[in-house]
Design a protein around this ligand. Structure first.
Ligand code: FAD
Length: 362
């Protein structure tokens, strides 16, 4: 019997496996995909996660430091935040490749790709993770299988919606602006537009759109131009539409099964915290799992959940606030939002905001 089976080789599952392997655990990761997905997802690595990753030996040498952010209406800068420690911009798939490389050095046989796990069945002193190729037995199973976690739903753990839902268009395209390494957010009547630098002279553009189908079509370039005055190249093939929503699993520990990362909490991408949160959950979970494996007692897992749940709640609340600030508003309400943003730019609110936006609280 193994010490730990991790279902899901995304960032949270792989980092956990790396940390466990370094602590001497016999750990295996079951990942259904055969390659890392290069679908655009996380780009922002906030200081606490960057410190954790560097401490684990993840080089982050291709990451681009974002040292400031501005809040704007169409033509004016309403406020500016300078970050004491930069937010790093690095596409998620690049980070995943880097962490996988470290895991391959540490435990070459650990990651099993092309293996789908179906359920986790408890037995006395352990769990059996059912796959097409038979069951894998371990003392503890960790489901890091993402927001749609099949392991969570088959274990009967409720997936509670929490407020915060909105629709966005997004594209990563060549940077023709003069914004340099600055993040820029336009709070305009039509809805927020966000723009972040990413490596290789590109920028991510995200625009809030009305949830009513068909209202904005897929024309991100037109929306960006109309709301910000910035010109971005037409990018029909690159644009994705996503609905940001938020959920929290009712509990993260059920017997010897633990939920990790997006399987435990779905945080809206607006604010860029979901992956960071999962990485920061993984570090103390590795210690808690080692204790559970060594002692046979599960108290350390419950203590881990109790210590990490408040961070998930804060991230969800912050993302909800971010989404509310970016809502489409009638023109008459726009001055009130401008005033609120200007007020937030005053010290000491500004330093608290800088802490919030760099996830000092996670
Ligand atoms: C547009 C967008 C932008 C984002 N931006 C940011 C950002 O800037 N910063 C940030 O922190 N977060 C961001 N996020 C969120 C971030 O992408 C997620 O929080 C992160 O991917 C979660 O990692 P995870 O390892 O928990 O799960 P996932 O990345 O979802 O990985 C789960 C893995 O489990 C595998 N799997 C699923 N089911 C099974 C099964 N039954 N058997 C075996 N394997 C299975 C999947 O193939 C997958 O590899 C963004 C998300 C989106 C959509």
């Amino acid at each position: 019997m193994r010490d730990v089976v991790v279902v899901g080789g995304g960032p949270a599952g792989i980092l956990l496996a790396l940390l466990l392997a370094r602590k001497g655990a016999d750990v295996t990761v079951l990942e259904r995909r055969t390659t890392v997905s290069d679908r655009p997802r996380a780009i922002g690595i906030h200081p606490p996660a960057a410190r954790l990753l560097r401490g684990c030996g993840v080089p982050l040498q291709n990451a681009l430091p974002i040292t400031s952010g501005t809040a704007r209406d169409r033509d004016r800068v309403l406020g500016r935040l300078d970050f004491a420690e930069p937010v790093l911009s690095l596409p998620q798939h690049e980070l995943e490749h880097d962490v996988r490389a470290l895991l391959a050095d540490e435990a070459p046989e650990c990651l099993k790709i092309g293996v789908t796990a179906h359920s986790v069945r408890p037995f006395d002193g352990g769990v059996a993770v059912e796959t097409d190729g038979g069951a894998v037995h371990a003392r503890v199973a960790v489901a890091a299988d993402g927001t749609g976690s099949g392991i969570r739903s088959r274990a009967g753990i409720a997936w509670r919606p929490v407020p915060g839902r909105a629709d966005y268009l997004m594209a990563d395209i060549a940077d023709g602006t003069r914004l340099g390494s600055e993040a820029a957010l336009w709070f305009v009547a039509g809805g927020v537009v966000e723009s972040f630098p990413i490596p290789d002279r590109r920028r991510r553009w995200v625009a809030r759109i009305a949830s009513r189908p068909g209202k904005h079509g897929g024309d991100l370039a037109r929306i960006v131009a109309a709301r910000t005055g910035m010109t971005v190249p037409p990018c029909p093939g690159e644009v994705s539409r996503f609905t940001a929503s938020q959920h929290l699993a009712e509990h993260w520990v059920a017997g010897r099964l633990v939920l990790l990362g997006d399987a435990a909490h779905e945080v809206s991408p607006i604010g860029g915290q979901g992956m960071n949160l999962g990485l920061l959950d993984a570090a103390p979970l590795a210690t808690a799992v080692m204790t559970a494996v060594a002692t046979g007692e599960l108290r350390s897992l419950h203590e881990w959940e109790a210590s990490r749940r408040p961070s998930a709640r804060r991230a969800i609340a912050m993302a909800r606030f971010n989404m509310a600030m970016g809502v489409e508003l009638p023109r008459f309400a726009q001055p009130a939002r401008r005033g609120a943003i200007r007020a937030m730019n005053l010290s000491p609110v500004r330093s608290r905001l800088a802490d919030a936006f760099t996830m000092a609280h996670l």
